[in-house]
Design a protein around this ligand. Structure first.
Ligand code: NAD
Ligand code: ZN
Length: 479
């Protein structure tokens, strides 16, 4: 068994220690080497050729251009002018259409002589029907550029509208993730899209992902392709000052889970199959050394600023940092992927009964995305920590746990307890039972998770239907 201090130094300095220890401890070599190899594999590119390999040997980083700064939204009209845009579609939701972020964008477009039409019918937590409505609008308008002003719901709707208006012959399911859709690669060029995020959560301004609720199956799914990522994300922290407290909290939990899941995801070189053509390499590739940097930094910011950002609407430092953390985590998970909290969240949102989220100005029942992912997090990380426990312990430490005396085999419970305390401090609903689910719903929740293979296969530990049932059951009550 490795000592805690050795484990700790391995996390920091993997490769060198692997070599030194493997040669200097010949007697204890076998068990030592096994642990070290797991750690080492997790960190490094194996550097082997692709021929004959069943698992991948490469990973790719795709990120939108990002411009960050207080007031940067004022530049959007000039950006569109620089792109030569003549006929622009501005997308938002009804609530935001009355708020300063949209007004600032419109003023900038007018000032720079850009013709535009507004689509403000975005549904909060979009569905295939609401995507289709936006797609029709985009097809009719024959736009040469798009601006999305809002949270993930708006940015994702705009990505879908741009995609299908640029590929008018395609059927809706053509680009939707398999097995629900056909998961075809996107080959037609899209128009430029500028995303102006107004929540601090999804990181959608950085990613090639658009999520919607597929009403027919009552389950969330999405479109994932590097081709749909925005051309530019204007990350303007001033917009976060308008966000109600519960939107700050829930979108912040999304950042938390993006960071935790991408950092603990299956490493990219353990993911199969190895694509025969780079166009088939998925956007969600598994944890990798570049994503790791963004995910860990996002987690540090969440640990320092999320509670402050929720509790004080005027804390510009905290809210600005959470806005950055959202983009950081987006860069991390947009290339590494997420796993079980997200896979299990899609039926939690899709099967919503009557739950109405405070601070969300909508007329339909809704479990906000960030809440739907975080409620299973203590159970999920207890389960996944059997693999790569050092990473789970490291994240618990970042979130404030004292891990000096913790044993590596307790990594899961240590992280789960840290998360429970974090959620309790922020008055999060006490588990799935508090948002309307009971034991009787577990089979349907499991059934809705099974088609989410794109993310569930990225969990570091494979899971059976019984495992998923147990995870939902353990998430009914948190405290
Ligand atoms: N594309 C991705 O990579 C990705 C990642 C995670 C989640 N998502 C998806 O994003 C959606 C959730 O997005 P979200 O959490 O950003 O929220 P949202 O877009 O659903 O908005 C939530 C509510 O907050 C309001 N709001 C947003 N910004 C505001 C502001 N600055 N001031 C006042 N009110 C404001 C909106 O009007 C709405 O009522 C879900 O559908 C989720 O599945 C996408
Ligand atoms: Zn998310």
């Amino acid at each position: 068994m490795l000592s805690r201090s050795l484990q700790r130094s391995l996390v920091k300095c993997r490769t060198k220690i692997v070599l030194t220890q493997a040669f200097s401890c010949p007697r204890s070599g076998s068990s030592l080497r096994t642990s070290l190899l797991v750690t080492n594999h997790h960190q490094q590119a194996p550097g082997l050729p692709s021929s004959g390999k069943t698992t991948d040997y490469a990973f790719e980083m795709a990120v939108s251009n990002i411009r960050y700064g207080a007031g940067v939204t004022n530049e959007v009209g000039m950006d569109l002018q620089n792109m030569g845009a003549k006929n622009v579609c501005l997308m938002t939701d009804k609530n935001l259409s009355q708020l300063p972020p949209v007004k600032i964008v419109m003023d900038s477009l007018v000032k720079n002589g850009i013709n535009f039409q507004v689509y403000d019918n975005v549904r909060v937590e979009p569905t295939d029907t609401s995507f289709m409505d936006a797609i029709e609008f985009a097809k009719k308008g024959a736009f040469d550029a798009y601006v999305a002003v809002g949270g993930g719901s708006t940015m994702d709707t705009c990505k879908a509208a741009n995609l299908y208006a640029s590929s008018p012959q395609s059927e809706f399911l053509d680009y939707v993730n398999a097995p629900i859709g056909k998961g075809k690669p996107v080959c037609s060029p899209l128009k430029p899209l500028i995303a102006v995020p107004t929540t601090s959560g999804t990181g959608s301004e950085t990613t090639g992902v658009a999520i919607f609720d597929y009403e027919h199956l009552k389950v969330k799914t999405g479109i994932a392709s590097r081709a749909i990522k925005p051309t530019l994300g204007l990350v303007d922290p001033l917009h976060t000052l308008h966000m109600p407290g519960q939107v700050v909290a829930n979108s912040g939990f999304d950042v938390l889970c993006h960071a935790l899941e991408s950092y603990t995801a299956l490493p990219y070189h353990m993911r199969s199959p190895c694509p025969s053509n780079p166009i088939s390499r998925p956007a969600y590739q598994g944890s990798n050394p570049i994503s790791d940097i963004w995910s860990v930094q996002a987690l540090r910011i969440v640990a320092k600023y999320l509670k402050r950002a929720v509790r004080n609407p005027d804390d510009l430092e905290a809210r600005s940092n959470m806005h950055l953390a959202s983009a950081f985590a987006g860069i991390g998970f947009g290339n590494a992927g997420v796993h079980l909290c997200h896979g299990m969240s899609y039926p939690i949102s899709g099967l919503v009964k009557t739950y109405k989220a405070k601070d969300y100005s909508v007329d339909h029942p809704l479990v906000p995305h960030g809440l739907s992912v975080v409620l299973t997090s203590p159970a999920v990380f207890t389960f996944t920590a059997k693999m790569f426990p050092e990473r789970h312990l490291e994240t618990a430490e970042i979130l404030g746990a004292d891990t000096h005396t913790a044993k590596i085999q307790d990594a899961g419970p240590v992280l789960a307890d840290t998360l429970r305390k974090f959620l309790f401090d922020l008055n999060v609903d006490n588990g799935l039972a508090a948002i309307g689910y009971s034991k009787a719903d577990i089979p349907a929740l499991v059934k809705g998770t099974l088609p989410q293979e794109r993310v569930t296969k990225l969990a570091p530990r494979p899971q059976s239907e019984e495992d998923l049932s147990a995870l939902f059951e353990a998430s009914m009550k948190l405290y």
